[in-house]
Design a protein around this ligand. Structure first.
Ligand code: GRF
Length: 224
């Protein structure tokens, strides 16, 4: 008699908009050997395309509309109630455009990931591509990090680089960075589901060892 295989880790994804990262994660999770299952997608905007993507993939969705709540605490409380209903092992922020309360972040400590379009610690917050251009950076990129109380400040797990070209604009950089996001996020989520990454007090453990600096995917662009 065969023992039932262990259930795959349950992934819940929160998104606010287009959901291209959500799509990349859904696609990755459909690969035969992917070590996790996307069980639900939550959104704070009723008409977001991310919801459509989830529905297309037959994934449960829920909406907690931030406009219906008077305070961040009430919104986060309602969001947490929905999250708990799905009993996730991992909550993935994929373009979720809300600042979360300290209580919310603490409650999910060690199982909450975010993707941010810069090479953190450079450029926390918004307009990262424009700021990288204005600073004259030759290399820009994207980071995946554990979420802690500090906005965009939790320990970084992995980054992917893009080369900044002289004719790049904020829009062209955003496109280049997004392609990398779609590569990087599934890799890190896979690591999490395989139990390879853990959050320590203010550091990441990778395969049980202190990760001294984030894993880096260099820009593999071929130059002739
Ligand atoms: C991405 O650029 C991500 O880095 C940022 O929000 C954006 C979401 O894009 N946190 P999408 O909705 O996944 O297309």
């Amino acid at each position: 008699m065969n023992a039932d295989p262990a259930p795959l880790p349950r992934i819940l994804i929160l998104a606010s908009g287009n959901g291209t990262n959500l799509q990349a994660l859904i696609d990755a999770s459909r690969e035969r050997d992917f070590p996790g299952q996307v069980v639900a997608v939550g959104c704070n905007r009723p008409g977001a395309f991310a919801l459509e993507r989830a529905a297309q993939a037959n994934i449960d969705t829920f909406v907690v509309d931030h406009k219906k709540y008077d305070s961040r605490e009430e919104f986060d409380g309602a969001l947490m109630a929905e999250i708990r209903r799905h009993n996730p092992d991992l909550v993935v922020l994929a373009g979720f455009m809300r600042i979360l309360t300290t209580d919310f972040v603490r409650a999910l400590r060690g199982s909450l990931l975010n993707i941010h379009p810069s090479l953190l610690p450079r450029y926390t917050g918004l307009n990262t591509h424009q700021r990288a251009l204005e600073a004259g950076d030759e290399v820009h990129g994207v980071s995946v990090h554990f979420v802690t109380e500090e906005l965009d400040g939790g320990p970084v797990i992995a980054q992917a680089e893009v080369t900044v070209d002289p004719d790049d604009t904020a829009e062209s950089l955003a496109q280049k960075v997004q392609l990398k996001e779609h590569l990087l996020y599934p890799i890190v989520v896979r690591w999490f589901c395989e139990g390879r990454i853990q959050l320590g007090s203010d550091y990441v453990l990778f395969d049980g060892e202190l990760l001294r600096k984030p894993m880096r995917l260099p820009d593999e662009r071929v130059t002739h």
